[in-house]
Design a binder for this molecule. Structure first.
Ligand SMILES: Cc1cc2nc3c(=O)[nH]c(=O)nc-3n(C[C@H](O)[C@H](O)[C@H](O)COP(=O)(O)OP(=O)(O)OC[C@H]3O[C@@H](n4cnc5c(N)ncnc54)[C@H](O)[C@@H]3O)c2cc1C
Length: 460
């Protein structure tokens, strides 16, 4: 094969998006994937989990429509079909990546990539091995679950976020109160499991605005979640088909019996077998590939994007980096604004945020104003009977620039987009307050929270 302009290792949202953008810009591109196209996001992460969340939410809501005057004689679910619907969505979307590769004339090589030198990659699969030359190499190899060495994940009874359950557990213990644990805990709780979440910190969702975290925890407790906070996980005890988890809280050891365990203690960069040390690509003490602002590693023409480099481990952040690096390689001014990367937790209600938390502003001694508006005072939320949660806007006390927004509520994941755009354009709370929002919509709560920054909300 003649020398490539770009060889990308990994076809997750970082790698495949980068490949498409680079091909659009006229570069000769090859993407190497050792497993299935689409990476963690499409095959085991974002898409499968959202399919299960959506199905379980429909089931849960259907049982609670009486207050709207709608009742069903019986509501049931078929877990096999729920899983099939999930697999169908994954198949459609991964097929979409394959179609886009063909459309953009991207060479897709199946196999494991190992970097041999700054412009050579060896690709090995079941049938052959070849060395491919490229002017630039982009590492987009993603991440893998962080599992303590003493826990033996079998993906049957003790699962990582990669595993699947074929049956609703009676009692699921989730280790780690991050977004993956809470999303998957929600799925199984809605389908009938008792869910206990163990968390080392004294609050759920470390890094989340504390007020949001505390409110969200109360909502989840009402939904049936049991939380053991400030609690460390010691070990899993397996006795024939019975399992239990040994935990420690304030010096006291407790044993919790359960039938399934989900270990969701975070993720770590995946760079196995890339040969980074011999090529001279530096990693930090947590294993993330070190890059400069242009995504260049310590080797000039080797770049890293997505979960394998530092930053929020999110699909949209990975894709933004993929686009930016492709544009930089074509002489354009590709960049990512890390201050406006939204994060969404797809539970019910959803939790969404962008920018700084109140704690971060305090720690950086930035003077700020707070505007809040509850969904109980929003007309659309009232007719939907989905009034839990609020919008919270943090703006600079001097300039009024929006510095952070945090939302708990129905459709928070879509609502946050308005704030991301506003922050991208450097909007003030006053700008949001002066923007006409359609009535009746949930978005009116954003305008009201912006008005509340100067204590002039209309509906509270
Ligand atoms: C359960 C779960 C739910 C999630 N939900 C969300 C969500 O709702 N929203 C969100 O934004 N993010 C979510 N994420 C995170 C998201 O999946 C990741 O941030 C995203 O996939 C990172 O993209 P990436 O391209 O960097 O890596 P990945 O998607 O991990 O892709 C890396 C690819 O590289 C391949 N690869 C690795 N090494 C080699 C090699 N040597 N040779 C060839 N190929 C190689 C791998 O096989 C893989 O396909 C979720 C994650 C999980 C686990």
């Amino acid at each position: 094969m003649e020398e490539l302009d770009v060889l990308i290792i990994g076809s997750g949202p970082a790698g495949y998006v980068c490949a498409i953008r680079a091909a659009q810009l006229g570069l000769k591109v090859c993407c190497v994937e050792k497993s299935k196209l689409g990476g963690t996001c499409l095959n085991i992460g974002c898409i499968p989990s959202k399919s299960l969340l959506h199905a379980s939410q429909i089931y849960d809501q259907a049982r609670h429509y009486e207050t709207m005057g709608i009742s069903f004689s019986s509501v049931s679910f078929d877990l096999k079909k729920i899983m099939q619907a999930k697999d169908d969505s994954v198949k459609t979307l991964t097929g979409g990546v394959s179609f886009l590769f063909k459309k953009n004339k991207i060479i897709h090589k199946k196999g494991f990539a190992k970097i041999i030198s700054s412009n050579e990659v060896e690709i090995v699969n079941n049938t052959n091995s070849e060395i491919v030359k490229s002017k630039n190499i982009i590492i987009a190899t993603g991440s893998e679950p962080l599992i303590p060495t003493e826990v033996l994940v079998d993906e049957k009874n003790i699962l990582s976020s990669t595993g699947n359950l074929g049956k609703v557990p009676n009692h699921l213990v989730v280790i780690g109160a991050g977004y993956i644990g809470l999303e998957m805990g929600s799925v199984w709780s809605r389908l009938g499991a008792k869910v206990t979440v163990i968390e080392y910190e004294d609050h759920i969702l470390p890094n989340m605005d504390m007020e949001v975290s505390k409110n969200f925890q109360k909502i989840l407790i009402k939904q049936g979640f049991d939380f053991k906070l400030s609690t460390s996980f010691n070990k899993v005890i397996k006795n024939n088909d019975k399992i239990s988890v040994l935990i420690e809280n304030k010096g006291q050891t407790l044993e919790i019996d359960c039938d399934k365990i989900l270990v969701s203690m975070g993720r770590k960069p995946y760079t196995y077998g890339l040969n980074l040390e011999n090529v001279g690509v530096g990693i930090d003490d947590k294993g993330f590939i070190q890059t400069n602002k242009s995504f260049q590693t310590s080797v000039n023409n080797i770049y890293a994007i997505g979960d394998c480099k530092k930053g929020p481990m999110l699909a949209h952040k990975a894709s933004e980096e993929g686009i930016a690096v492709a544009e930089l390689l074509s002489g354009q001014a590709g960049q990512v604004n890390y201050d406006t990367i939204p994060s969404v937790i797809y539970t019910f209600p959803e939790v969404a945020s962008v920018g700084k938390t109140e704690e971060e502003l305090k720690n950086s001694s930035i003077q700020y104003k707070v505007g809040k508006f509850p969904f109980t005072a929003n007309a659309k939320a009232t007719v939907m009977q989905e009034t839990e949660g609020f919008v919270k806007i943090l703006s600079d006390s001097q300039t009024d620039e929006v510095l952070g927004v945090h939302i708990i509520g129905a459709d928070a994941g879509n609502l946050i987009v308005e704030l991301v755009v506003a922050m991208e354009f450097g909007a003030s709370a006053e700008d949001l307050a002066r923007t006409c929002h359609a009535h009746p919509t949930l978005t009116e709560s954003i305008k009201e929270a912006a008005l509340n920054v100067d204590k002039r909300s209309i509906h509270i």
